[in-house]
Design a protein around this ligand. Structure first.
Ligand SMILES: *[C@@H]1O[C@H](CO)[C@@H](O)[C@H](O)[C@H]1NC(C)=O
Length: 244
């Protein structure tokens, strides 16, 4: 009888400690990271969807005991970069960063503006260097990942009759939202506009995010994205200020 009680207690103890282990893992704090994967190690899954492939990559890269709390992938990258954005714990990040297949794991964080004097910051001059060497290229689509764009009545982003249509392989789209009329704002100069907000929403929390003024739209509400976009590809010779 004493023996049986002992077994029962042991079982209960085991059950209790595994519940505690699961609870501890679930309580581990997760934050958002961008994981850059070496292209040759990109998940070669037969699963067609990129997000699904990222989960396969995580499952193959993390030891079983680190798969809790479960990573949550919210974007996957396959063109300008290879990798994905995910909610991960510090232990998962440390393990991933030690893998040969992982080039870098970068925290997803709010960046502060450095300068409004971009041409001098980048060393651009009308008479020498990159600017004249670009020769005003007209057959290039430039993608800017930034705070959005403010195209209304901005000469930098106005339709330009001298520009051809985007190349047929261009697959970008111009979305419309209540604060951004894609049909009115996109043209043969500004050929596309989209917005990606999952990282910000996860960082701020859904409630604070839904009140943020620049939430669900490509519209730029702080000038930064318009500034960089016009620096990279704004119309030449127009009178541009910070927001133009
Ligand atoms: C968006 O712009 C187009 C083209 O200027 C216009 O016809 C349309 O009414 C606009 N839509 C809204 C919702 O303002």
């Amino acid at each position: 009888m004493a023996g049986l009680a002992g077994v029962v207690c042991l079982l209960l103890l085991l059950a209790a400690s595994s519940v505690a282990a699961v609870a501890a893992a679930e309580a581990e704090f997760r934050s958002s990271y961008i994981v850059h994967v070496a292209a040759e190690h990109a998940p070669q899954s037969t699963r067609p969807r990129l997000l699904a492939r990222s989960y396969t990559f995580l499952r193959d890269s993390l030891p079983a005991h680190m798969l809790r709390p479960a990573p949550r992938v919210f974007y996957a990258y396959a063109h300008a970069a290879t990798g994905f954005a995910a909610r991960l714990t510090e232990r998962q990040v440390a393990h991933l960063a030690s893998q040969r297949s992982v080039l870098a794991v970068v925290p997803d964080e709010t960046l502060q503006l450095h300068t409004t004097l971009t041409p001098s910051f980048l060393g651009l001059s009308p008479s020498s260097g990159l600017l004249p060497r670009s020769n005003g290229a007209a057959d290039v689509v430039i993608s800017v990942i930034d705070s959005g764009i403010y195209p209304m009545d901005r000469p930098s982003f106005a339709a330009d009759a001298s520009l051809p249509l985007p190349p047929s392989k261009f697959r970008g789209t111009c979305v419309s939202t209540p604060s951004f009329n894609g049909s009115a704002y996109c043209n043969n100069k500004l050929v596309g506009a989209r917005f990606f907000y999952e990282g910000m929403k996860l960082r701020m929390g859904v409630a604070a995010f839904s009140e943020a003024e620049d939430s669900l739209s490509p519209l730029d509400t702080n000038g930064q994205g318009s500034h960089t976009a016009s620096t990279a590809a704004g119309s030449a010779g127009v009178d541009a200020s910070f927001f133009n």
